[in-house]
Design a protein around this ligand. Structure first.
Ligand SMILES: Nc1ncnc2c1ncn2[C@@H]1O[C@H](COP(=O)(O)OP(=O)(O)OP(=O)(O)O)[C@@H](O)[C@H]1O
Ligand SMILES: [Mg+2]
Length: 603
């Protein structure tokens, strides 16, 4: 078995007691199973042919005279065979029930772990993986542990046990026939060796394609509005057909290989069976074997194929599971690029003194050759300070790196080089959760969850009262339109906020940040979708809320920028100007040009 499957089986460790019990039941079941051909032998050899009873039978029937008669023995043997069948069936049912119960618990625990890991993994991980593919891994591939236990683990062990039992009894009956029967094992192993690699490849391909298709469906459903708007439905249908066809091909290929393997095992079993029948009959003719013994062998032959194919299938299934299991383990093994250091510091109260010292940054994994080479820098050698309570405006052309710069403050990414300090501490030395709790962000494209308006606003402060929520909404000029919604604050927002206008989404997201009341506030073009009048109103009420907080405001609008304590102007990945409105406006730089163009536009 492969190491990944073994690793997944480790998730069974907490249930080892229950699984041990299942194994004992399986062992008892195997014993009943192995005994099944023996009543036939008793009937044929002792009741029908009139041989003298062997000692064990004589002892068994001695105390009950009715058994010593031939009809009595036949009735007893028939009843015994029925009893054996019922007992082995009951044992196998009990094993399955126990094992399924455990497997279900394992799936719950593993999917919980994968989900929480996905929540913690850095943004750069999520950027590399499509949502649909991750959904497939979390929703489908984690069931691999269930399959591993239910289809591979316990059944394989039970098969092995009954195989050992049968081999032991066969060797005692007749070594030659036992060897003929056992010749099946190397033949099946050989078949497995031949089929394993293509089977593994086909399976892997199938799961990969499935993930890709899930990702595609996810993306097209998210973008359905755009697809309809551009009337590109036919194009997407073709793409979808391509995905479905690819998946279908991969599925058929893997089925074909699996079915081929099954047929080869059937042929091997039949060949060995024919040999057994021939050699066995000869040995009965020679008198080396009784007819009853041959019947026991034929009975075992019919039965033995089950555990052997069971083991072989288990190994085959393990191969398939391995490729799915790897998809799950890949998530669990991914390192959290942004993670908390061991001796991290928790600031008792955050003043909000922020300092960028020689900070350069490039998105991880963004280099053309993902495996090597440094990633291209978005900005380099940025140094400036924002004192507690100051408002810093960041300006620069689109793509200059403004959003990237402020995203480092929440430690969504770490700088490639240089240090960002909060109250004198390197951000990387601070505990992650309290750090993020002290930063409130209104991002450029607001994200709303499909919950009520109230829950969306209270997202950063779940315990907030209704009045606090309303006050925050009023600051963001959102109260009026929220009141006008069908259920006011209790209106459920459609997925991704589809039921609201861009400006409404922005104001709810602003209210959320206002309510969070964190010492550091980041506003990334918070009013870009709003008219100038509403914007002015928001900034008027916001200025009271901002007092004492360190604020970073990214904006292209002069009216928003000019009130800042300092303006930082980014160009080509560097700070080209820094100062107050009055200083910069008299200079010859970007800011004075912006000032002139907007003033002219306002005329
Ligand atoms: N998640 C990301 N992964 C890789 N590259 C990114 C990512 N986000 C942004 N970039 C790149 O980094 C550069 C700076 O982007 P950023 O979003 O910081 O610009 P911006 O100044 O905020 O622009 P805008 O005014 O348009 O919002 C761009 O070249 C962009 O392509
Ligand atoms: Mg931006």
């Amino acid at each position: 078995m492969q190491s990944d499957t073994v690793r997944l089986l480790r998730y069974a460790l907490p249930f080892k007691g229950t699984l041990g019990a299942a194994l004992v039941v399986a062992l008892v079941g195997a014993a009943f199973e192995v005994a099944r051909p023996w009543p036939t032998k008793v009937i044929v050899d002792y009741a029908l042919s009139g041989r003298p009873f062997p000692p064990w039978l004589a002892e068994l029937t001695g105390s009950t005279p009715s058994l010593a008669t031939r009809p009595g023995l036949i009735v007893a043997a028939v009843l015994a065979s029925v009893f054996l069948v019922i007992c082995s069936a009951a044992a196998s049912l009990a094993t399955q029930v126990i094992v399924f119960g455990v497997a279900q618990k394992m799936v719950v625990s593993l999917s919980g772990q994968v989900f929480s890991k996905l929540q913690r993994l850095s943004l750069s991980f999520h950027q590399r993986h499509a949502v649909g593919d991750l959904t497939q891994r979390l929703g489908g591939d984690v069931f691999v542990v269930q399959a591993a236990i239910c289809a591979v683990g316990i059944p394989a062990i039970a098969s092995l046990l009954s195989l050992f039992g049968m081999v032991f009894l066969m060797l005692r009956l007749d070594a030659v026939l036992a060897l003929v029967t056992l010749s099946m094992v190397p033949l099946l192993l050989l078949a497995l060796l031949v089929f394993k690699k293509p089977m593994h490849k086909a399976n892997e391909q199938q799961w990969r394609r499935q993930g890709e298709m899930m990702a595609f469906i996810n993306q097209s459903l998210s973008g359905v509005r755009l697809i309809q708007g551009y009337a590109r439905e036919a194009y997407f249908e073709r793409l979808m057909a391509g995905h479905a066809l690819g998946l279908g091909d991969a599925y058929v290929k893997s089925m074909r290989i699996g079915a081929g393997y099954m047929q080869v095992t059937t042929i091997i079993t039949a060949l060995v069976g024919a040999t057994l029948l021939g050699v066995g009959s000869m040995r009965v003719l020679d008198g080396a074997l009784t007819l009853g013994d041959l019947l026991v062998f034929l009975g075992y032959l019919a039965m033995i194929a089950t555990p052997i194919t069971g083991i072989a299938t288990a190994i085959g299934t393990a191969t398939a599971l391995n490729s799915r299991g790897r998809r799950v383990l890949e998530i669990l093994d991914s390192s959290e690029e942004v993670s908390q250091r061991k001796n991290s510091v928790t600031l008792q109260s955050v003043r909000g003194d922020v300092e960028f010292a020689g900070v350069s940054f490039g998105y991880p994994g963004n280099s053309p050759d993902a495996s090597a080479g440094p990633e291209p820098l978005v900005f380099s050698d940025i140094s400036f300070r924002a004192r507690a309570g100051q408002v810093t405006a960041i300006i620069g052309v689109t793509g200059a790196g403004k959003s990237s710069m402020v995203s480092l403050l929440s430690r969504f990414y770490d700088p490639t080089s240089g240090v960002i300090r909060l109250d004198g501490h390197d951000l990387r030395d601070l505990a992650l959760k309290p750090l993020r709790e002290s930063v409130a962000v209104v991002s450029q494209d607001p994200v709303l969850f499909p919950m009520t308006v109230q829950e969306n606003i209270a997202f950063g402060r779940p315990g907030a009262t209704r009045n606090e929520i309303i006050a925050a909404a009023k600051t963001a000029c959102a109260h009026e339109f929220i009141e006008a919604l069908p259920n006011g604050y209790d209106t459920k927002i459609a997925e991704r906020g589809a039921s609201l206008s861009g400006g409404e989404r922005q104001r709810i997201s602003l209210a959320r940040a206002v309510l969070k009341d964190a010492p550091i506030l980041i506003l990334d073009e918070p009013t870009s979708s709003l008219d100038a009048h509403t914007e002015a109103e928001i900034f008027a009420s916001l200025s009271k809320r901002i007092e004492g907080k360190t604020a970073f405001i990214i904006s292209h609008r002069l009216s928003t920028i000019r009130r800042a304590d300092q303006i930082v102007s980014l160009e080509n990945g560097r700070i080209v100007e820094r100062g107050t409105h009055d200083v910069l406006v008299s200079g010859q730089g970007v800011y004075s040009r912006l000032y002139e163009s907007q003033n002219i536009a306002a005329l």
